[in-house]
Write a new protein. Sequence first.
Length: 97
Amino acid sequence: MLDVAGKKVSPIEVETCLRGHPSVADVLVVGAETPDGDERAKAFVVPAGRVTALELQEFCAAKLAAYKVPRQIAFVKDLSGGAIGKTRTTAPDATEG
């Protein structure tokens, strides 16, 4: 669970929402610390077509409470965790995108 502005956010709920977008192949949602020490949802998205971060945020905003919408969206090539192809559960390094 993420703690966003004192409210609990399930990364799975946000991931499920994003997976409902036709241009999202895979997604991982993690907590990202802001400069003032707060936590916000950040999504790592493997696109399945052309899509922008703003489009995905608007998609989520139509389905989720405002505090659950990812404030940051990073596009990555894949979310596999290594040679065995296990799904990643932690944020990719910035160099992996």
